[in-house]
Design a protein around this ligand. Structure first.
Ligand code: NAI
Ligand code: MG
Length: 461
């Protein structure tokens, strides 16, 4: 059992751009988790019994409430997570879109009728019950909604545990759900420490499924804890994704877009293309083009609409990043970052020989990329796959055949060709290898929150 003494009774929420305390949020005790699970189970029974059209309508109302609050939610995310305001607006809009998309699925969550002898055979998709979503701090709103929206749409109740550093938008979303008329207790937000509140949720026998996004270390622990109760589980555990640039690529575009692919959200992005692999003949030219693109990235006040990159989320995260790459270590390219208060770290590109053994293979989760030359297609694929991770990746080439071959050969769940796009609510998302288990988003998202039941009805006299 988690020890309630492992956590303070409240968390101080700090603006990472100023280091000012902006709020204190009470932590949920294990007893509070138990009470929340009971309330959620009660609410879930009523929710699952509603007409599908009524459930869909309530989720659309929730989406409408989020839409009306986009600016408010975005400004909250700027303050608690340091996201540039343009990104934060997109993130709040993404929650609205996820709810709309999931609402459209409620009435389309059809089972099957399979022809068999002697009667009628139907396959039903039933809600699981109470689902726990344990969210990280890097994209607090979208990642919470990736789990919550389809789980609710499939007839479940959701208990969301936000990260210690970023609970404010989650709490606001729960209030908006209540204002929109979602049943009391159906969607609750339980702030608190991972090893206490999070662990109490994972261990609770009333929780049927856990959706976790975060570090591999915690993911493994949660998977082991779920084994005890044979709990359903989705894991999204980050990556060390490649950006493969072939000699025949549009080099200008590849270089112009590369900074965004590893500096978005100050590199605190599970899909960050933090390993840039460049074919030998264009290696020097690519670095020449990349340098001004990296230095042009505006790092500063996240509330300024012209800012491209804000601070890291916390002092702790900046210490982690500095542990991989000290700010005075030799680098091929280094951008600028503000001094003074705030958890700033400059955009940094290392050549392979400059990266320490850990920086080359581990997820840094900061604005740092390592560039490595490769010889040919086979070499590119070998390097791309030389990692325990397999979340995403990009490849740049004008050769359609090569694009197809390399897309098939790279062991990762989300690839993009001549682009860095990877997460859309309408397409499936998730990782190969140690990057995760299961898939989120896309047309099958609701089904992942159901149990399959087969019923045979005899037509014998
Ligand atoms: P973390 O894995 O500790 O935190 C993620 C969530 O899990 C938080 O809500 C946390 O409270 C919760 N948690 C922690 N321990 C738990 C436990 N024993 N039981 C249940 N829930 C628990 O991530 P952390 O320490 O904040 O970040 C460390 C590194 O993890 C980052 O530098 C990055 O490399 C990686 N990470 C990857 C993410 C991704 O998107 N895949 C997101 C966040 C972190
Ligand atoms: Mg941790």
């Amino acid at each position: 059992m988690p020890d309630p003494h492992d956590q303070p009774t409240e968390h101080r929420i700090v603006n990472p751009a100023t280091e000012e305390v902006i709020a204190t949020v009470p932590a949920t005790s294990p007893a509070g988790v138990d009470a929340a699970v009971r309330r959620a189970a009660e609410a879930q029974r009523g929710w699952a019994a509603l007409a599908p059209a009524d459930r869909a309508r309530l989720l659309r109302r929730f989406a409408t409430a989020v839409d009306a609050a986009v600016e408010e939610l975005a400004l909250l995310e700027v303050r608690e997570a340091g996201h540039p305001v343009g990104s934060a607006r997109w993130e709040a809009g993404n929650v609205r879109d996820l709810l709309d998309y999931a609402a459209g699925g409620v009435e389309r969550l059809t089972g099957r009728q399979i022809p068999v002898a002697g009667g009628l055979d139907v396959t039903l998709l039933e809600p699981l019950g109470v689902v726990a979503v344990i969210a990280p701090w890097n994209f607090p709103m979208p990642i919470a909604a990736w789990g919550a929206a389809p789980a609710l749409a499939a007839g479940n109740a959701v208990l969301l545990k936000p990260a210690e550093t970023t609970p404010l938008t989650a709490l606001r979303l729960a209030a908006l759900a209540a204002e929109a008329g979602l049943p009391d207790g159906l969607f609750q937000v339980l702030p608190g420490a991972g090893p206490v509140t999070g662990a109490a949720l994972v261990d609770h026998p009333g929780v049927a499924k856990v959706v976790f996004t975060g570090s591999s270390a915690v993911g493994r622990r949660i998977m082991a804890a779920c084994a005890a109760g044979v709990k359903r589980l989705t894991l999204e555990l980050g990556g060390k994704s490649p950006n493969i640039v072939f000699a025949d690529a549009d080099l200008e575009r590849a270089a112009a877009t590369a900074p965004g692919s590893f500096l978005d959200n100050a590199g605190q992005d599970c899909c960050a293309r933090s390993r840039i692999l460049v074919q030998r003949p264009v290696y020097d030219r690519f670095l020449e083009l990349l340098a001004p693109a990296v230095r042009a990235v505006r790092v500063g006040d996240p509330a300024d609409p012209d800012t491209v990159m804000g601070p890291l989320v916390s002092a702790r995260q900046r210490e982690r990043v500095r542990g991989y790459v000290p700010e005075d270590a030799p680098a091929a390219i280094r951008g600028a970052a503000p001094g003074g208060a705030g958890y700033w770290y400059p955009p940094t590109v290392l050549e392979a020989h400059q990266a320490g053994p850990r920086a080359a293979v581990e997820e840094i989760f900061g604005p740092v990329a390592v560039v490595t030359p490769f010889e040919d297609e086979a070499d590119a694929v070998r390097l791309a796959n030389a990692t325990d991770y397999g979340l995403s990746g990009s490849l740049w080439t004008r050769d359609v055949g090569r694009a197809l071959r390399v897309s098939r050969a790279v062991a990762a769940g989300n690839l993009s060709v001549n682009s860095h796009s990877s997460v859309r609510y309408a397409t499936p998302f998730g990782g190969y290898k140690h990057s995760g288990l299961g898939r989120e988003l896309g047309p099958e998202a609701l089904a992942a929150f159901t149990e399959t039941k087969n019923v045979f009805i005899s037509s014998e006299d």
